[in-house]
Design a protein around this ligand. Structure first.
Ligand SMILES: C[S@@+](CC[C@H](N)C(=O)[O-])C[C@H]1O[C@@H](n2cnc3c(N)ncnc32)[C@H](O)[C@@H]1O
Length: 258
């Protein structure tokens, strides 16, 4: 049955098998340990849902000049992004005594196979991620367009992981009268500013030395700086990619929209 819903001769069973292999590789890596240590520094988590935006299609379309190796690499890249997301959910659940965390995913690029695959993993695919974000949510944005992340942080999620919010601010001048969808509005700028003022930022393990600035770093230079991370994740994570969680103090009230 699985075989019939999978395009490009990649059956669902292959995706599940590959995910298991990448998970094992990830969990054996020093980055997984560092990730656990980083998240457990914060002793009070109150998270009951996790939302991933922009994960992408697990069987990405080939460009005309891609070969089978490039196709496999890109599949590994996205499966590894998913592995890391699920590892963080697991760490947060364990830190809260095994609390159940509902998991949602949203991406207009999902195809039937992605939806079937995510369903098998207990992940609910939703149209509008923003509607599912509350103050007790972990939001993960593996390179989703910036405005989707900004829409999510409007709901003050307790944990956010994605491209540096500071960098997003630096790259987009707020406009009173935005002309294009990617122009930042003043309301979006106010949302990001408020978020930054109330959050602590921590780089993802292995990306600490990546500059959080417009200048960034060339890919060749980054590969030299973090060869283990690049090889392990198949280029899944790079750049100024950071966690944000609340500064110490009382936790925000929990909202329970669904
Ligand atoms: C640059 S790709 C990243 C894909 C993959 N995570 C990666 O790193 O290769 C951005 C992804 O965001 C998705 N996207 C665009 N708008 C979105 C939205 N409103 N909600 C969720 N995902 C969205 C796109 O379909 C695409 O899969």
């Amino acid at each position: 049955m699985d075989q019939r819903i999978a395009p490009k001769q990649v059956p669902l069973s292959t995706l599940l098998g590959e995910l298991a292999v990448f998970k094992e590789e990830w969990l054996k890596s020093p980055f997984s340990n560092q990730l656990r240590g980083l998240l457990l520094v914060r002793s009070v988590w109150n998270i009951d849902r996790a939302v991933v935006v922009g994960l992408g299609n697990m069987t990405p379309l080939l460009d005309y000049d891609d070969d089978e190796n490039e196709y496999r690499r890109r599949r590994k890249q996205r499966l590894t992004q998913l592995t890391i997301f699920l590892d963080i959910v697991d760490i947060l659940s364990t830190a809260q005594g095994g609390r159940q965390i509902k998991i949602y995913a949203s991406d207009p690029a999902f195809e039937r196979i992605d939806k079937a695959f995510l369903k098998k993993l207990g992940i609910k695919v939703v149209k509008e991620a923003e509607e599912h974000v509350t103050s007790s949510t972990f939001v993960y944005s593996p390179f989703c367009p910036w405005y989707v992340g900004v829409a999510a942080i409007r709901h003050s999620p307790q944990l956010y992981l994605g491209v540096s919010i500071q960098l997003i601010m630096d790259l987009h001048e707020p406009r009173q009268e935005p002309q294009y969808g990617f122009d930042m509005t003043e309301e979006q700028a106010a949302t990001t500013e408020k978020f930054l003022q109330t959050r602590v930022m921590q780089s993802f393990p292995g990306l600490e030395h990546y500059p959080d600035s417009e200048e960034g770093m060339q890919w060749a230079e980054f590969k030299k700086l973090a060869p283990e991370l690049v090889a392990l994740t198949s280029q899944a994570l790079w750049g100024a990619f950071s966690f944000y969680w609340p500064k110490s103090g009382p936790l925000p009230p929990v909202t329970t929209e669904d």
